[in-house]
Design a protein around this ligand. Structure first.
Ligand SMILES: NC(=O)c1ccc[n+]([C@@H]2O[C@H](COP(=O)([O-])OP(=O)(O)OC[C@H]3O[C@@H](n4cnc5c(N)ncnc54)[C@H](O)[C@@H]3O)[C@@H](O)[C@H]2O)c1
Length: 427
């Protein structure tokens, strides 16, 4: 069987830890058959040190590392580009790959604005190449079962959705160590992080969001000089007691090799203190979303909770479907109630064995789908047209927050980059 060739663009956490290792069938990162099906032709990273570290971590120290996709395609051609660069670079990277004649798998979010999503869609149409978006949450077992139940008409036409993503101090806080807390790089955590959830809501509703009003604030990850912390975790005097301490030496020191030792290349620091005035993104937001076919949705994001959980609750003309993860043990659940008011709990437990790694096996299922291996549902592969919907909700929400919570319509987006939240809010 001929192997599918890939270049991995962006050799950081996701490029190396999920896709490169996964495609090469590293234990718990990919299926053993992946390496019979795939070949990595080259790596691309603007940080050459990190690119070289990635090659070594893969056990392929001779793998070529390039600074641009064009160069890689010239010297080490591939059929697919896996794009795992920061969100604000997705549009340029996807368009460059398509221009070089390569199919693309771009990790979520598709981009940082509706304007960029439209540029990607136009480039895709011109190139006639494929673009798949890494919305791996669609590959979670309970989410797929929920989608199927809604498709079967179990709860009728959905009229109302309540949903929330509650992130823990360690997960939510980690974004404030990194590039994600700069609005110009992520378009905020509603775009960067909640795009998974927003995509699932649009996917299950099979509908287009048309209007959003939102409120948001940054109230927890703010300057805390009384803590006497350092600028970064490495060498910080309060490292031992700080719940946000990021240890560059955890596991086998891979973060030290990937980030600390690559700092001289571009100055990027992976472990900046979370308590800072440099952030330009909110740490909690509440949205009201209206969909084209009439459904309404309220969605909340929190990034500083003691424990992590999430839920989507859909109420339709014939019943209610509740899917999510429990606050106490994090376990996924799915239950449906019909007009008789009785809840049916659906078993969503699966023994994934060694394939558990990577978002409950969802990353491996996504890669299998890209490699054309059986097992996934045709609806799980996210297209740019679909992925644009999640970005559009975040884009409308950013405009609404900047405008004090006013309702923003989809037509307002698409011409420019959304505004960052005001630094200080009146409430
Ligand atoms: N689907 C998921 O569950 C999931 C989870 C985490 C991250 N992600 C996505 O993966 C992407 C990468 O996130 P990460 O955490 O790996 O970030 P990272 O900072 O660890 O890695 C990004 C890499 O891209 C490189 N880079 C920056 N600009 C580049 C350019 N123009 N060309 C080539 N390389 C460039 C950086 O040097 C770095 O090595 C993001 O879009 C993020 O949203 C998805």
């Amino acid at each position: 069987m001929p192997k599918t060739s890939f270049i991995v663009v962006g050799t950081g956490n996701r490029g190396l830890g999920c896709f490169a290792k996964g495609l090469l069938g590293f234990p718990s990162k990919g299926l053993p058959e992946f390496k019979e099906r795939s070949r990595i032709a080259a790596l691309v990273d603007t940080n050459r040190t990190r690119g070289r570290v990635c090659a070594k971590e893969l056990g392929l120290p001779e793998l070529p590392v390039f600074a641009t996709i064009k160069e890689a395609q010239l010297f080490a051609p591939a059929e697919w580009a896996i794009i795992t660069t920061p969100d604000y670079t997705h549009c340029a990277c996807v368009c460059e790959a398509l221009g070089a004649g390569i199919n693309v798998m771009v990790d979520k979010p598709l981009a940082t604005s509706v304007m960029e999503c439209d540029q990607i869609i136009a480039a895709m149409q011109k190139s006639e190449r494929k673009v798949v978006v890494g919305h791996n949450y669609r590959y979670a077992h309970n989410i797929l079962l929920a989608k199927k139940l809604v498709l079967e008409g179990r709860i009728g036409k959905i009229l109302q959705v309540e949903s929330a993503e509650i992130l823990s101090l360690s997960h939510g806080g980690d974004y404030y160590h990194r590039w994600h807390s700069d609005f110009s790089k992520s378009a905020g955590l509603m775009n960067h992080k909640c795009c998974h959830f927003l995509d699932i809501i649009c996917w299950i509703l099979d509908d287009e969001p048309v209007e959003v009003s939102a409120m948001g604030a940054r109230s927890y990850y703010t300057p805390r000089p009384e803590l006497l912390h350092a600028e970064r975790c490495t060498g910080c005097g309060i490292a031992k007691e700080c719940p946000h301490y990021f240890d560059m030496d955890k596991w086998d020191g891979v973060y030290r090799r990937m980030y600390l030792e690559a700092e001289p290349d571009d100055g990027y620091v992976r472990d900046l203190c979370v308590f800072s005035d440099r952030h330009t993104v909110n740490d909690h937001e509440s949205l009201s979303i209206r969909f084209k076919q009439g459904a309404l949705c309220s969605f909340a994001m929190t990034t500083f909770a003691p424990r992590e959980y999430s839920f989507f609750h859909f109420t339709g003309t014939k019943g209610r479907l509740e899917v999510g993860s429990n606050a106490e043990d994090g376990k996924p659940y799915l239950r449906v109630a019909g007009p008789n008011r009785k809840y049916e709990t659906i078993n969503v437990e699966r023994d994934l064995g060694e394939h558990e790694h990577g978002h409950g096996g969802a990353d491996i299922a996504l890669m299998a789908d890209i490699l054309g291996l059986p097992g996934s549902h045709p609806l799980q592969k996210a297209t740019p047209y679909e992925a644009r919907r999640a970005v559009s909700i975040a884009d409308m929400a950013a405009r609404s927050i900047a405008g004090g919570g006013r309702a923003v319509k989809l037509e307002e987006t698409g011409k420019d980059y959304p505004p960052a939240p005001p630094k200080r809010l009146a409430y």
